[in-house]
Design a protein around this ligand. Structure first.
Ligand code: GCB
Length: 595
């Protein structure tokens, strides 16, 4: 007989297993190259401020059947929200909303015979539960990475009812945590698709140039099932490369191609090749580029040549619309402004941005730095938080590992040294390296300080030795007054390693004139002085290999209280929320043109 204690244990194990099974899956590689049916568009919505929907099982969407039935909800004929999009920008009442909103829609799903169906979400901010035809089928946490859930057995041909319970409440154990310098947009913020695959399909592949071998392309492919002896072909027609191999017991093949004819991808010549992969039942293709990046001493090498990284950061936000960027047109707007500034790189701040941005950036010739939102204030002592971060890292690397533009995986932004932080970040780095050894690993630190005795800028965090490239955010002239004249500012930070200034800048209200040496003038003139001074200081940083001003556009942030100069906006943009270039933009442009 089971004792009560044991019974309790068995029951909780049973329920935790049930919940565990509900975790959404990591997505198959190259969703945008699959057979998809879009579920974008208007969805019905219910604002659930007090979290009553789950208790009342509104995902069942019941209708009265007899004279005494009634239900105090209905999805039909109420609020309609756009998907993809944040909810905050869709109604004035939702501008500051943090809580739960239910989304629902119906769809038909004609099945291929023997085929499989998956629901795909590009991102849901921040956590969600998915219900199909009244059953909870998946949960996901993390607002900036994609996930999928197989619905082959749960879906009907006609009139499926899909409900998604989305919640963006900030929590201590979340990533990011309780406070962060950008808007906490909620909603189904990226594309939603139904993906059709054959029963055994090409689930994953990783095709990249060898880290150092300029002529060698490493390729691996994994089928959805662990089936041996299935022929898989990889072909790059333009290079006349083709190989067919038999899968091993894990349903995988691993191989390499050697060719002297590979034209290397670079910002000035972003060459991409059509790559085709096929198995007996499935085929998929995608444009892939080939390049080598490595670090030697204090230099970063791209295709064997040392490079200066002319970077810029932006949030995934269209300031003119006061909402999240989600479309190709949005990507074009942000990226063309980065191009105009003369950049060869983008630091995607502070979280994985949508695939439209990443794919278009690669085509336009930008190197990319992508990071997960381990941004200040993270609960490094919490194991669950570490697991979440690790999962986000996996989801990010899995999504973008075939994008040769991706050069840096960022593991953290502005963290304070401690044993628990080190363990946490070490785990992230290990996860990254276990999936991909071809990128450089970096993190942005804010610990550079002026050593009065030595009269120079130094940084004491020993953790930097574990990174390929060190990055620092330093707001000279804004958060820190100058301790010496900019042309006397000597740096000894991360000696022997390449250093990127991953953030610098200051605020200016567009169009405002004022004292060029008074910080609180909030003027374009002061911002220009600040840029002039920083650009002067950069000349004296011996291992400086890149700069990334903060930030391309003014962006919305609850951190910013000043009533006339900020009004809920971080005004450090080189371009205003309305798209006007500030004076500092022209200085930065001249600096990049001279590099
Ligand atoms: C930082 C953060 C960035 C902020 C910025 C600022 O160091 O990394 O997310 O927005 O400073 O404007 O204070």
């Amino acid at each position: 007989m089971i004792k009560l204690n044991n019974l309790h244990f068995v029951l909780s194990l049973f329920f935790s297993l049930m919940v565990a099974n509900l975790f959404a899956q990591q997505t198959m590689t190259n969703v945008y190259g699959r057979r998809v049916q879009s579920l974008n568009g208007k969805w019905d919505a219910i604002v659930d401020l007090y979290d009553q929907g789950k208790k009342n099982k509104i995902y069942l969407n019941k209708k009265p059947e007899n004279k005494t039935d009634f239900y105090e909800y209905a999805f039909e004929n109420g609020l309609r929200l756009n998907v993809p999009s944040d909810w905050n920008s869709q109604m004035p009442e939702l501008k500051y909303y943090e809580g739960t909103i239910w989304y629902a829609r119906r769809f038909d799903a004609a099945k291929d015979r023997g085929g499989r169906l998956f629901l795909y979400f590009g991102a849901v901010s921040y956590r969600c539960r998915i219900y199909l035809n009244g059953q909870e089928i998946a949960q996901h946490e993390g607002g900036f990475t994609p996930f999928q859930v197989e619905i082959t057995d749960a879906v009907k041909e006609k009139n499926n009812f899909l409900a998604v319970e989305v919640n963006n409440t900030r929590r201590v154990d979340a990533i990011p945590a309780m406070a962060f310098d950008w808007w906490n947009y909620g909603g189904i913020t990226r594309d939603v698709f139904l993906i059709r695959t054959p029963s055994v399909f090409i689930d994953d592949y990783f095709i990249q140039l060898d880290k150092t071998g300029a002529d060698k392309i490493n390729a691996s492919v994994k089928l959805s099932e662990k089936k041996a002896n299935i022929p898989v072909t990889i072909e790059i027609p333009e290079l006349q490369l083709k190989q067919t191999l038999m899968t091993d017991a894990h349903g995988e093949i691993k191989t390499a191609f050697v060719s002297q004819k590979i034209k290397r991808w670079s910002p000035s010549a972003p060459t991409l090749y059509q790559v085709k992969i096929s198995s007996p039942d499935d085929q998929i293709e995608e444009e892939i580029g080939f390049r080598n990046v490595w670090v030697k001493g204090e230099d970063v090498y791209l295709n064997g040549q040392s490079i200066f990284l002319k970077s810029i950061s932006f949030h995934e936000e269209i300031p003119q619309r006061r909402g999240r960027a989600f479309s190709q047109a949005d990507a074009a707007m942000l990226l063309s402004e980065a191009k105009a500034l003369g950049c060869n790189m983008i630091r995607l701040a502070h979280y994985p941005q949508n695939e439209h941005i990443v794919r278009m950036a690669e085509k336009m010739g930008f190197l990319l730095w992508e990071e997960i939102p381990v941004w200040q204030g993270i609960d490094f002592d919490n194991e669950a938080t570490e697991e979440k971060a690790t999962k986000m890292m996996r989801e990010m690397v899995a999504r973008d590992k075939n994008r040769c533009a991706l050069t840096f995986w960022g593991v953290a932004n502005e963290t304070q040294p401690s044993e628990s932080r080190n363990t946490f970040i070490r785990q992230l780095i290990a996860t990254c390296r276990s999936m991909d050894t071809t990128r450089l690993i970096t993190a942005a630190f804010d610990l550079v300080r002026f050593d009065k005795e030595r009269q120079m800028f130094v940084m004491d965090d020993p953790f930097i030795k574990e990174l390929d490239v060190v990055a620092v955010n330093k707001y000279m002239g804004w958060y820190h007054p100058w301790p010496v004249a900019p042309d006397k500012a000597k740096w000894e930070v991360a000696k022997g390693q390449p250093l990127i200034i991953s953030e610098f800048g200051g605020e200016a209200l567009s169009g405002k004139t004022g004292d060029a040496d008074v910080v609180s003038s909030w003027s374009e003139d002061y911002q220009a002085t600040l840029y002039k001074n920083n650009l002067e200081m950069f000349k004296h940083i011996p291992n400086l290999r890149g700069t990334s001003p903060w930030v391309l556009f003014d962006f919305r942030s609850p951190f910013r209280f000043h009533p006339t100069n900020q009004e809920g906006w971080n005004r450090k943009g080189l371009i205003s929320d309305q798209g006007y270039r500030k004076k500092a933009w022209f200085l930065m442009k001249a600096y990049y043109d001279s590099k």
